[in-house]
Design a protein around this ligand. Structure first.
Ligand SMILES: Nc1ncnc2c1ncn2[C@@H]1O[C@H](COP(=O)(O)OP(=O)(O)OP(=O)(O)O)[C@@H](O)[C@H]1O
Length: 235
């Protein structure tokens, strides 16, 4: 399959293309080639893809492109996208990849919100720098949202116009017992948003989450064996 980044139509904006170039990958992986155009045409995506298939750029690239192509520039305290990941390590890895991608998009900010550190420090970081793309673990984000109740922070308000939600490793998120936490977070986010859900397997819990959190999603399945890569796409 010929899936050169340059073949995307409409093309990537120069700052996004320059960010992608930093990684040195000439072609998109199948999951990237399937997800990026669909997310860029504002479709919800439910992707079943094996580990190592390149999911991270499959959702970060369209998210950045959507932020940069907005007519009115994004405000400092507006959260455009939230990426939920099951563990600190996975969230940190996504955030690291994002830092590389953002090298040529200086006006776009990001924030990592994961457990382990001090919640008040996270709140203070958001209050001083904002975060257009938030990458985090569900527990920490729910915690910060709930603190808003006592008037602590504006993260909840900043998410009022959120446009993109990504649920990464959704099967793991649910296996780890985050179902209620995710439902709490979903209740705080606008219904008029685009949602991408990525998982290694679509368990019945994942299917339920797709029904609850996504709208008419495009189902994408990428199966990668050591010998070949096959891809199935259906609407
Ligand atoms: N277009 C590409 N061409 C070649 N390699 C790529 C491409 N995109 C990503 N990769 C590399 O593939 C590896 C897996 O990518 P990524 O971490 O996004 O996969 P993943 O599917 O999220 O895997 P995991 O489930 O392990 O997190 C990484 O080392 C990444 O740098």
């Amino acid at each position: 399959m010929d899936a050169l980044w340059e073949c995307l139509s409409p093309p990537l904006l120069p700052a996004v293309a320059a960010g992608v170039k930093e990684f040195g990958f000439a072609k998109m992986t199948p999951v990237q080639a399937a997800c990026i155009p669909r997310m860029l045409s504002y479709q919800d995506v439910a992707a079943e893809a094996v580990t190592g298939s390149g999911k991270t750029l499959a959702f970060l690239v369209p998210t950045l492109q959507m932020i940069l192509r907005r007519e009115d520039p994004i405000k400092k305290y507006e959260v455009y996208a939230m990426i939920l990941s099951p563990s600190r390590e996975l969230a940190s890895q996504i955030h690291e990849v994002l830092q590389v991608l953002l090298k040529h998009s200086k006006k776009v900010s990001s924030l990592l919100l994961v457990g382990g550190g001090n919640v008040s420090e996270d709140v203070a970081k958001f209050e001083s720098n904002g975060g257009h793309i938030i990458v985090g673990t569900p527990g920490r984000i729910e915690d910060i949202f709930n603190r808003c109740e006592s008037g602590g922070t504006s993260l909840r308000l900043a998410c009022k116009a959120l446009e993109v939600l990504i649920l990464d490793e959704a099967d793991l998120l649910l296996e780890m017992g985050f179902t209620e936490t995710i439902n709490t977070i979903l209740a705080y986010l606008p219904k008029q948003r685009r949602t991408g859900l990525f998982s290694a397997t679509q368990t019945s819990d994942v299917v339920n989450l797709i029904r609850a959190g996504l709208r008419n999603p495009v189902q994408i399945r990428v199966r990668q064996t050591s010998a070949d890569i096959t891809m199935l796409c259906s609407v």
